[in-house]
Design a protein around this ligand. Structure first.
Ligand SMILES: C[S@@+](CC[C@H](N)C(=O)[O-])C[C@H]1O[C@@H](n2cnc3c(N)ncnc32)[C@H](O)[C@@H]1O
Length: 231
């Protein structure tokens, strides 16, 4: 039997939680001890769909700017780069510095080394910092920083999914911009909060396995609603 090998450990900032990177039979997996697997290189259909669905819906611009939070194993970033065109800029925010290093040095081949693409810019830090700081800056914001609106890995991530966090995301978008949020499960309350923050909301259910079996992941796509002026 092929062994499972621990390649690295990293502390998630502001928490006592650790991420551990393992490899087994050519695949990689990041786990949180006691809580299970956060992601792996085997199954990533819904991470790709997050970028594909958002980029299909963002307004036509020659030089789109896309914000991805977080990097994880790079599948959403790679799909955003593939979908956003040759003149795009894709900013990826990743809170855990070691995750960036693991992508660069250990597991980047799994997603096609998106960090080496000159259109990709990495911000090592909290995606919330960029959302708070920017105004009318992005054609799409893609959020996959946690398990979904019920933050599992870091309590501070809750803010991103609150009405003030969603309003800040709306301000950070350009007028035809799209907010796309990934979740491991359904959440009617979150959909309602998106609407309250001024988004017109579309829900997509994505089967991450190629054969369409197993888990269902949820992606909410928020476009600018006519109803509420941008704050
Ligand atoms: C589920 S993974 C993302 C998977 C990614 N979509 C992919 O294609 O592999 C979540 C990532 O977000 C990072 N993260 C968590 N909170 C964050 C935050 N507030 N800002 C930026 N990155 C964050 C985690 O360290 C982790 O790498």
């Amino acid at each position: 039997m092929k062994p499972t090998v621990l390649l690295g450990s990293a502390q998630i900032p502001d928490t006592k939680t650790e991420l551990k990177l393992y490899t087994h039979d050519g695949e990689f997996s990041i786990k949180i001890p006691g809580r299970g697997e956060l992601m792996n290189t085997r199954v990533h259909g819904s991470e790709k769909a997050l970028a594909d669905l958002a980029c299909e819906r963002m307004g036509a611009t020659k030089q789109p700017r896309v914000l991805v939070g977080g990097l994880g194993m790079g599948f959403t970033l790679a799909a955003a780069l593939a979908a956003a065109g040759p003149d795009a800029e894709v900013v990826v925010a990743e809170l855990v510095p070691e995750v960036v290093t693991w992508n660069r040095e250990l597991m980047g081949a799994a997603s096609g080394h998106p960090l080496t693409d000159p259109r990709a810019n990495v911000y090592v830090g909290d995606v919330a910092d960029l959302i708070r700081a920017e105004s009318g800056a992005f054609d799409a914001i893609l959020l996959d920083v946690d398990n979904g609106p019920e933050a599992m890995i870091r309590r501070e991530n809750d803010w991103l999914y609150t009405i003030p966090g969603l309003e800040a995301a709306r301000r950070a978008l350009r007028p035809q911009g799209v907010l796309a949020v990934w979740s491991a499960g359904p959440d009617q309350m979150f959909k309602a909060r998106m609407k309250h923050a001024g988004f017109k909301v579309e829900e997509q259910i994505v089967r991450p396995h190629r054969k369409g079996k197993g888990a269902r992941h949820y992606i909410w796509l928020g476009s600018q609603s006519e109803r509420k002026p941008r704050g």
